[in-house]
Design a protein around this ligand. Sequence first.
Ligand SMILES: Cc1cc2nc3c(=O)[nH]c(=O)nc-3n(C[C@H](O)[C@H](O)[C@H](O)COP(=O)(O)OP(=O)(O)OC[C@H]3O[C@@H](n4cnc5c(N)ncnc54)[C@H](O)[C@@H]3O)c2cc1C
Length: 294
Amino acid sequence: MEFLRPATWEEALAVKAQHPAAVPIAGGTDVMVELNLDRRRPEALLDLNRIRELHEWQIEDDGTVLLGASVPYARIIDALHDRLPGLALGAHTVGSPQIRNRGSVGGNLGGASPAGDAHPPLLASGANVEVASVRGTRLIPIDDFYLGVKRNAMEPDELIRAVHIPSAGGPQQFAKVGTRNAMVIAVCSFAVALHPDTRTVRTGIGSAAPTPRRALEAEAFIAAELADTGLWDNGGELPVATAKRFGELVARAAAPIDDVRGSAAYRRHALAVMARRTLLWTWNDHRTIGRAAA
Ligand SMILES: Cc1cc2nc3c(=O)[nH]c(=O)nc-3n(C[C@H](O)[C@H](O)[C@H](O)COP(=O)(O)OP(=O)(O)OC[C@H]3O[C@@H](n4cnc5c(N)ncnc54)[C@H](O)[C@@H]3O)c2cc1C
């Protein structure tokens, strides 16, 4: 197996153009498992660990976080939890401290597993994935990134440079059901983000369909309810029945299967519960802390 180790981003793109079948390796927490278990024997590995900018982030003037593809979850939790609370909550649930010190959002996106914990918060935030090749750079809206089970919208010669994530303009939540409390792949997961500036609510469903996906009908329902009842203006309590209906619509947006981790019926039930609870938590934070600070 060839081991390719570019020192710069430009070199990495050139190497990927020459060796499109080379498998990029960042933290290696997915790639090394596949190699060790002999599930994959690539002809070449493309080690991205020497490329400094992939390990860094910066904040744009409009508050967008440009998160380098290889920034590990532990640093997101420590340094970006105030700007990206949903992603930080999701990152908290990934693996163990060792995995969170190596694993990255770029690696989660590269693998595109429906169970990846970064995906629901990225969907709820409205992120864009910056991918590049020697042909140029493009921004892929997160809604268009996931194409199928472990398939994403990248071309073979492309690499993920960064993820552009708007800083949270309102409360965000993430919830995950697993067979135990830590070191567990999601049976299903859910993220919600309130966007008071646009008076919208975005969602992300994980591990309950072939790809991570949004619950669009639920989003439209809650946006209309909040507008029609004047709740964005008066900061009133969200009726439990409204949150319950939101949960039902989130469950309806899923397309889960029965597998070793859980049944389809259980996944739908759990999603409805997580969506109802997280919506109430975010709304309560918005009407108390968020509105008081504004
Ligand atoms: C014990 C254990 C527990 C885990 N628990 C969880 C969990 O709870 N939740 C969860 O979501 N995941 C979990 N994982 C999976 C893994 O940690 C995550 O998917 C992590 O985000 C992978 O990041 P990485 O940097 O290690 O990726 P790598 O293993 O380096 O790469 C993963 C994939 O992304 C590609 N890739 C990496 N960087 C780029 C790039 N810049 N451009 C293009 N492609 C790229 C690789 O080619 C590969 O296909 C666990 C893994 C282990 C071993």
